[in-house]
Design a protein around this ligand. Structure first.
Ligand SMILES: NC(=O)c1ccc[n+]([C@@H]2O[C@H](COP(=O)([O-])OP(=O)(O)OC[C@H]3O[C@@H](n4cnc5c(N)ncnc54)[C@H](OP(=O)(O)O)[C@@H]3O)[C@@H](O)[C@H]2O)c1
Length: 264
């Protein structure tokens, strides 16, 4: 029996590497990240476990890096895409170097879209496939005030875009054999936090997150929040709040509070 080919981005450490280790030896792999040495080490480990593994070093914050991976996906032989690579870049917007904005949004939001778009024709032709994007619990943090959640404007925006993208895509693909899932972890003990210069006391392991996602796929979950106990109640409440804003705001006349003279 042929094993499915899984393309995993951000496979050189943390959650991406954990997905690969959990899927081996029942899948073969295309491993993507910038650090080629790490990818080669993981590929060797996966081969020893009985999987085939290619490495594809690429910088997904650049158009060239994305094109390397979309070219590979356009071969149409990847039924499992785990689009996981990301960085924090936590800072108040005023402290973000304008030259880095494009990189952060490209890696944390656009790369998912481009990779999924490239994988879709092969999956649609086979009427089979699985698409996982890794976002963050911080996708839901925009309304929160206080010292912790803010100061990560671009990260929250990019992750919220990934949640909206993957959820909406799931509806678009509902009549196909393609499954989608967006994963929204809270703090996870990985190298990610070295990048944002903070230690996180209560962290899940990368393996826990990957395990939750793979189990969630079996359960048919299109959103996976690894630490959330009563997920269906929370997501029902989220859907109800979204529906109230959407259906309440979709009117041709102004809400009554706006029907007053403009101040001079
Ligand atoms: N750790 C957390 O607390 C946490 C919480 C919620 C969500 N997440 C999300 O989980 C995902 C995985 O993060 P992690 O926690 O596993 O952190 P990690 O250990 O730092 O892994 C990040 C992965 O992304 C890759 N990557 C970073 N920049 C890249 C680029 N420009 N091009 C290609 N690959 C790049 C890294 O590889 P190279 O450096 O070799 O390129 C690495 O393999 C990210 O999307 C992150 O936003 C993490």
């Amino acid at each position: 029996m042929t094993r499915p080919l899984a393309l995993i981005t951000g496979a050189s450490s943390g959650i991406g590497a954990a997905y690969a280790r959990l899927l081996a030896p029942d899948a073969d792999f295309v491993l993507v990240a910038r650090r080629a040495d790490r990818l080669h080490d993981l590929a060797d480990e996966l081969r020893r476990a009985g999987s085939a593994a290619e490495t594809l070093p690429a910088d997904l914050a650049t158009r060239e890096g994305i094109a390397k991976v979309t070219d590979r996906l356009s071969a149409g032989d990847v039924p499992l895409l785990i689009s996981n690579a990301g960085v924090g870049g936590y800072a108040p917007l005023i402290d973000v170097d304008p030259a880095r904005i494009d990189d952060l949004l490209t890696l944390n939001a656009e790369a998912h879209v481009q990779l999924v778009r490239a994988a879709l024709p092969g999956m649609l032709a086979a009427d089979d496939g699985t698409i996982v994007t890794v976002a963050s619990l911080l996708a839901f943090s925009a309304g929160q005030t206080g010292p912790r959640p803010p100061r990560r404007t671009l990260y929250a925006a990019a992750k919220a875009a990934t949640v909206a993208f993957t959820r909406t895509l799931g509806h678009e693909l509902a009549d196909t054999g393609i499954r989608t899932q967006v994963v929204c972890p809270g703090p996870v003990a990985t190298e990610f936090h070295q990048g944002v210069g903070q230690t996180v006391p209560a962290s899940m392991t990368a393996e826990d997150v990957a395990r939750a996602s793979l189990t969630g796929l079996r359960l048919g979950e299109t959103i996976c929040v690894p630490g959330l106990e009563d997920q269906s109640a929370a997501l029902d409440a989220l859907l109800a709040a979204e529906s109230a804003v959407l259906s309440g705001g979709r009117r041709s006349d102004l809400a009554s509070r706006y029907r007053q003279p403009l101040p001079k």
